[in-house]
Design a protein around this ligand. Structure first.
Ligand SMILES: *Cc1c(COP(=O)(O)O)cnc(C)c1O
Length: 221
């Protein structure tokens, strides 16, 4: 099926309150344009160099989510245009996002990325680390970022029970943070979880953003 057909299929099956980030990593701008011309505006990339290269070649009304590990020295290149950074995993990174967003007179939405998988390799905060970040005085001084919710990746496995448990855990972390830090803050509302292989489970567990790559653009080489 074509990119356009894949996008339209997702639009039909996904509940209205769930956003689809079309993850275009490794794919050429032509593929992104095909999705764009079928009416899709929300795209995600996981490498700084790649998003910086593609963004100027594409329509300005595309909303870009950055979803990969981000080094602080790259933030300045994303700050002029990125609409959300889903992968915030340290106070140091958040501080730099705030600083660069201020330079551009912008407010950048951020998600706190949590480590929910059993694999060692995936980035993300623990609840303790998130609390330390949110309790810090420095955090309270940031005026150019919005914490819009949480993000996580489940273990890469066929074990559906484990995936469900990990997504359930992220939802629980979301609600604990909501109660403790964001009760009167309507910006804190997103749970980004679910990819091509596990989005159905994620939606059942309360996902509000799914990040879909291969099921839209085809397998990556
Ligand atoms: C690549 C990627 C995705 C999409 O993966 P698919 O399995 O191709 O849907 C989602 N989230 C992150 C963080 C990714 O790096």
């Amino acid at each position: 099926m074509s990119v356009k057909e894949n996008i339209n299929r997702f639009k039909k099956v996904i509940p209205e309150n769930v956003s689809v980030v079309a993850v275009s990593k490794t794919k050429p701008v032509e593929d992104i344009l095909e999705a764009y011309h079928s009416g899709h505006l929300l795209f995600g990339e996981n490498k700084a160099q790649e998003i910086i290269t593609k963004q100027p070649l594409l329509p300005a009304d595309i909303q870009w989510h950055f979803i990969g590990h981000l080094q602080t020295n790259k933030v300045k290149y994303l700050a002029p245009f990125v609409s959300m950074i889903e992968s915030v995993d340290s106070l140091k990174l958040l501080k730099e996002i705030n600083k660069q967003a201020a330079k551009h007179n912008r407010n950048i939405d951020c998600l706190l990325q949590f480590h929910i998988a059993s694999e060692e390799t995936k980035f993300g905060l623990s609840m303790e680390e998130a609390e330390m970040l949110l309790d810090s005085e420095e955090f309270l001084s940031f005026k150019n970022i919005n914490i819009a919710g949480v993000m996580g990746m489940a273990t890469f496995t066929d074990d559906l029970t484990l995936i469900k448990k990990e997504f359930g855990h992220l939802k629980e972390l979301f609600w604990n943070l909501k109660k403790r830090y964001f009760t009167n803050n309507d910006d804190f509302k997103e749970i980004s979880m679910g990819m091509s292989g596990d989005y159905e489970i994620a939606i059942k567990e309360g996902s509000t953003i799914i990040r879909i790559g291969s099921a839209i653009f085809g397998k990556r080489g």
